[in-house]
Ligand binder design. Structure first.
Ligand code: GUN
Length: 293
């Protein structure tokens, strides 16, 4: 079987058009959603994510507040900025780009963000609400994966899902979302990680594979069941002298070979990536709506 490609760029563009119309409706009621982005230091990948987030806000009419701080920023300075943004009524969402430089306490910073403005869905209050199935801001990458599945007609009800990776940003939340008793959940989920004894044996059972390990070549064709749906969350830079930048992006999945067996597969780039920012815009608009009801 040759897989159909899940075109994340096209699905994201369609959702962003819907969100732009929503922002216009809100602006007619004098409500302008606002997102504050905080970047500490100058990690090149983080810089390019943050720039992409700000550009996406502009494109759909969300007010974007850019906070770029030097790598030497102290915990106190960062906490003071978060407190200021918590108190600013123009700001509906606060995003502190991770990872933070090593000398900063990431957990303390996430805990300081007002859960009502936590559009990343990383605050323990929102994580807890998600786990117990209450309304919460859902983390953007896993929420984007759910949207890709729904909009590609993939049913999760009763499906065997194998998640590879147990990060707080992707692996743990996507597993939690997929076990919820809901039309976009109801899956039987296995979470594999670096201490899993036989990764291939688990992946082979999966109707849906979600690769979020952060390592190229984690999922190979021999591991994948014929007709499986494969979602590749990996964004790995590998050296490539033929590229102007000196690198190219690859996922965690051996795309060419796995595409021969899968029924549906996401490419890298152009799969999950564009959905992450889209769901951030979605959460920011939701937050603005909640602030005005
Ligand atoms: N670093 C990698 N992904 C993310 C994300 O979704 N949000 C934030 N804040 N940092 C990240």
């Amino acid at each position: 079987m040759a897989a159909r490609i899940i075109d994340g760029k096209a699905i994201a563009a369609q959702m962003r058009a819907e969100l732009k119309a929503e922002v216009e409706r809100l602006k007619a009621k004098a409500i302008v959603p606002g997102l504050a982005v905080v970047l500490v230091g100058d990690d090149p990948a983080s810089k390019s994510y943050v720039t992409a987030k700000e550009r996406a806000c502009e494109e759909i009419g969300i007010y974007s507040d850019d906070n770029r701080l030097p790598a030497e920023t102290t915990q106190e300075e960062l906490m003071a900025l978060v407190a200021k943004l918590n108190a600013d009524p123009r700001i509906n969402g606060i995003l502190v780009q991770l990872p933070l430089p090593k000398h900063l306490d990431e957990g303390a910073v996430l805990l300081a963000i007002d859960p009502a403005k936590d559009v990343d869905g990383f605050h323990p209050v929102n994580v807890g609400k998600m786990v117990v199935g209450e309304e919460a801001f859902l983390p953007c990458t896993p929420h984007g994966i759910i949207q890709l599945l729904v909009r590609s007609g993939v049913k999760t009800d009763g499906a065997e899902v194998v998640v590879v990776g147990r990060s707080n940003i992707v692996g743990k939340p996507i597993a939690n979302m997929l076990i919820q008793k809901s039309p976009t959940g109801n899956a039987t989920v296995t979470v594999c990680h670096t201490r899993t004894r036989d990764l291939a044996a688990h992946v082979r059972r999966a109707d849906i594979v979600i690769a979020a390990a952060g390592r190229p070549g984690t999922v190979t064709a021999d591991m994948v069941k014929e007709g499986a749906v494969v979602i590749d969350v990996g964004v790995n830079r590998v050296e490539d002298a033929t590229k102007k930048s000196g690198y190219r992006l690859v996922g965690d999945v051996d795309f060419e070979a796995v595409a021969e067996k899968a029924s549906l597969i996401t490419p890298v780039p152009g799969g999950v990536g564009p959905m992450t920012i889209t769901m951030l815009l979605y959460n920011t608009i939701e937050s603005a709506k909640r602030a005005h009801t």
